[in-house]
Design a protein around this ligand. Structure first.
Ligand code: PAF
Length: 288
């Protein structure tokens, strides 16, 4: 039985990882905000399979929540998260208090222009600067590593990849497939907010993405028509308030109008279902 080591200071976490690297061990790092579900666990398992030492951070980052958002009520359960980490064989958990990460108000933020501005960025204008800033801090603290992120937050993944490239951070970003409930709902810590009725309605987002993808496979080449099709399906669900349904270039999130054969696109949608905003996306390679 292995016991996961829990660390709450930056200096100790950095030291443990430095020692491991000095011994020639590779580091896998999974940044999370806790309340772990199977999606997170899949990232940890991948890290375990690919790296010598796997570290997970559990930190609900205040910087990425706007004042009216759910920072105070964001679900938290550290004892349960530690058990889950231990069960999948994580070696080290970094769970710092807020004062450790932000001993004083941060004057320096990282913002990734353009990629952060549309979709989630339009709905949550300060969100991605908060994410990029904390992830940059976590990468500095962790040092050279492979860092695992879920494709569920696809725009976040693209933003982080670009930050790493622009800032020459010594991190290899690994995007991992979305893990879904048996009916297809993308796993998210915020699903816990859904009532039974809302939980039933929430599946409309994935259904809309599937219909969008099916239209492309059936020969639709007008991206605007695909986006409209997805939006109409979500808008028809009385418990869902559509935020956006988009078809974008999979690499740089550029909005596209025509679907070029052989190109890689991403269908993304977001809607409020009851209290939570839910996100989902699907990758499609346009048939030649
Ligand atoms: O995806 C998340 O859980 C968070 O945005 C992250 C990357 C851990 C930064 O706080």
């Amino acid at each position: 039985m292995q016991f996961v080591r829990v660390i709450d200071t930056i200096s100790e976490f950095s030291h443990v990882l430095d020692l491991a690297r000095r011994d020639g061990r590779t580091i896998g790092f999974v940044p999370t905000m806790g309340y772990l579900h199977d999606g997170h666990l899949s990232l940890m398992r991948r890290s375990r399979n690919e790296c010598d030492l796997s570290a997970v951070s559990i930190f609900v980052n205040p910087l990425q929540f706007a004042p009216e958002e759910d920072l105070a009520s964001y679900p938290r359960d550290l004892p349960r998260d530690l058990q889950a980490c231990e069960a999948v064989g994580v070696d080290v958990v970094f769970a710092p208090p807020v004062e450790e990460m932000y001993p004083e108000p941060t004057l320096t933020t990282v913002s990734v222009a353009e990629l952060s501005e549309r979709m989630e960025g339009a709905a949550r204008p300060t969100h991605f600067a908060g994410v990029a800033t904390v992830v940059a801090k976590l990468f500095n603290i962790t040092g050279p590593c492979r860092a695992y992120f879920g494709e569920k937050d696809y725009q976040q993944l693209v933003v982080i990849r670009r930050m790493v490239k622009d800032l020459n951070q010594p991190v290899e970003v690994v995007g991992c497939p979305i893990v879904r409930e048996p009916d297809g709902l993308a796993m998210s810590s915020r699903n816990v907010y859904l009532s039974d009725e809302e939980r039933g309605a929430a599946i409309v987002i994935y259904r809309a993405l599937q219909v969008g993808a099916a239209a492309i496979f059936a020969g639709e080449r007008d991206a605007t028509a695909v986006a409209r099709l997805m939006a109409d399906i979500i808008a028809a669900e009385p418990l869902a308030a559509l935020d956006y349904a988009e078809v974008v270039d999979a690499d740089d999130l550029r909005p596209i109008t025509s679907l070029e054969p052989g190109s890689r696109v991403r269908l993304l949608a977001a809607a409020k279902v009851g209290a939570p905003r839910l996100l989902d996306n699907l990758g499609v390679e346009v048939p030649a």
